[in-house]
Structures are given as C-alpha cells and as structure tokens.
Design a protein. Structure first.
Length: 291
C-alpha cells in the first residue's frame, strides 16, 4: 500500500495528497505521465522511462521545471519512502495551475507528482490461457492530432476503446489507426509470431514506443529471431501462429483469440513462453537500485 505521494518537492500522506482543481492536468488532461515497474528493489529501465516522459513533455511544449536526473531521484525516493521494492510507479507532470481558459502559457509552473504502489491488471488464469480480444470501432488517434507516441494525461481515446471492450464482454481491445492498420491495444503493444519471425506494428502505425516492447525485441534478437516493425493488418493477426501483448503493467500476456478467430491452435505458444522466461530473467537481474 502506498502511504506517501510526492507532490512538488514534498511527500504527503495518501489522503492528503491533493492537487488544485485549477491544474490543467485536471481541467484538460494537459500533462504527461509514465508507468514504471520495480522488481526486487530495482527500477526497470528507469532512464528509458524518464527519457520518454521528457520527450512527451517536449512534444506538448511542457517545461517539466526539473531535470531528468531530478526526476530519476524523485522516482527512487518515492519507492524508498514507501518501501516499494516490487511495485508500480506513476510519475506525472501536468501543466500546473492556470485559469479556466485553455491557454497553457498562463500556467506558471508544472505540477510534478510521483506515486509508488501496486498494480495487477489480469488474473494468473489469463496469463496461462491467453486473452480474448476484439477490434473496436474507436480508432487510435491520427498521428497529427495527438500523436500516440505522446504518453499524455488525455487517455480518452484508450478509455473509449476499453469501454467498447468491456461492453463486448472482453478485457482488452485491438485498435486500428485511421487507415485501418493495426496500431496497438489500450495500454499495450502487440506482437505476433509467424513462421519463426516476429512482427509488431511500427510506431508510425500509431502506437506508443513501448519500453517493454523494446526489451522483448532485444531478447528475441538475442535468440536470433528476426523482428519486423511495419504496417500490419488484421489479416496478419488472424493468421498468426502466436500473439501477445507487452506493457509495463501487464508485462507480457498471451492472446489466443482475436475477433473470434483462434490464434494458431488457440493455446499459449512456445515463442511467447521462451521470451516470457527471458523477460522474467531480465527484470530479475537488471535495473536501478532503489536504496
Ligand atoms: N501502448 C499504450 C497506449 C500504453 O499506455 C502502454 C503502457 N504505457 C504501452 C503501449 C506499453 O508501453 P510500456 O511497455 O512502455 O509500458
């Protein structure tokens, strides 16, 4: 359980951890965030997450008001303060307090928050048997409206798709981009394997540049499995041998049914299992020490 939340230089007890209702993060979803995991007292891929947080901020012209090094220290301190050695960390940088108008330049100073807690998205059964997912009508944002590479506080696109998934009786949905190519899921990147090769939609297809995905690509390449980033359609998914999702919160989860089509033989496959074992080893043996 998280007890202390970092806000702008101070730790507050969870019940007293408050941000102004005039913060544009609350009024407009104007801000950026990260989701990071700690394993065995080490933060996994800390530099990569902070780099992505700052890239997201740069794209929305948000001055974080702190350096990357300071952000890394805040993340490590928040874990230490809450005795989190295995958990989930949520740094947030919002535009800060302004008035009721949109203009971000009237917000004087960004708000920096960090929470360290636990997260569990899916029961073990879903990891053992694989998820069933469906394509939904909500498309991923057009790159030039809000680029999906920006991990912004405006997650309504993803939330709309999650609502459609739940309304369809499944837990996760497949989002296409405005051209009909596969982009990603609501909070995860998508991979397939077919005839010994691995394929995943390129970031230009409308997906977040996933940090778990990058780790899985490295692990696959270490095993001399070719990984191809490119345009993918649902044809590729439906006819794949295996399919799985990657994301910090879900880690690696298999998908065995997409739009009513069994993927391969409908069972969790060997490529996924091998890479999952490699991923577990990686998370257990690397990362930035908390204490
Ligand atoms: N896509 C979206 C939309 C996400 O929110 C996330 C989770 N941050 C991912 C993909 C996976 O990214 P990562 O592996 O860096 O957590």
């Amino acid at each position: 359980m998280s007890n202390y939340v970092y806000i702008n230089g101070e730790f507050f007890e969870k019940d007293n951890a408050k941000v102004s209702v005039f913060d544009h993060g609350f009024l407009y979803g104007d801000g950026v965030f990260e989701g990071i995991r700690a394993y065995g007292g080490r933060v996994f891929r800390l530099t990569e997450h902070v780099d992505r947080l700052f890239d997201s901020a740069k794209v929305i012209a948000l001055d974080p008001g702190i350096s990357k090094k300071e952000m890394e220290d805040i993340i490590l301190k928040t874990c230490a303060k809450n005795n989190v050695s295995d958990g989930y960390i949520r740094p947030i940088i919002s535009r800060g307090v302004g008035d009721l108008g949109l203009n971000p330049y009237l917000c004087k100073k960004s708000t920096v928050v960090c929470i360290a807690d636990k997260i569990s998205l899916y029961p073990q059964e879903d990891y053992d048997k694989g998820l069933r997912i469906v394509t939904v009508a909500t498309h991923r944002n057009y790159n030039e409206s809000l680029n999906p590479r920006v991990k912004s506080l405006n997650y309504l696109n993803n939330i709309m798709a999650k609502i459609e998934a739940v309304q369809s009786g499944v837990k996760e949905s497949l989002l296409l981009n405005p051209l009909g190519y596969v982009a990603e899921c609501t909070g995860d990147n998508l991979f397939i394997s077919r005839k010994g090769k691995i394929f995943t939609p390129s970031v230009q297809s409308g997906s977040l540049d996933g940090i778990t995905a990058a780790a899985v690509v490295e692990l696959a390449e270490k095993r001399n499995i070719e990984v191809i980033h490119g345009l993918m359609s649902r044809f590729d998914i439906w006819t794949a041998d295996e399919c799985w999702l990657t994301g910090t919160a879900a880690e690696m989860i298999p998908v065995t049914n997409v739009d009513g089509r069994l993927i391969g033989d409908g069972k969790v496959g060997p490529v996924y299992k091998q890479l999952l074992a490699d991923f577990k080893h990686l998370t257990e043996t690397t990362g930035t020490s908390i204490a």
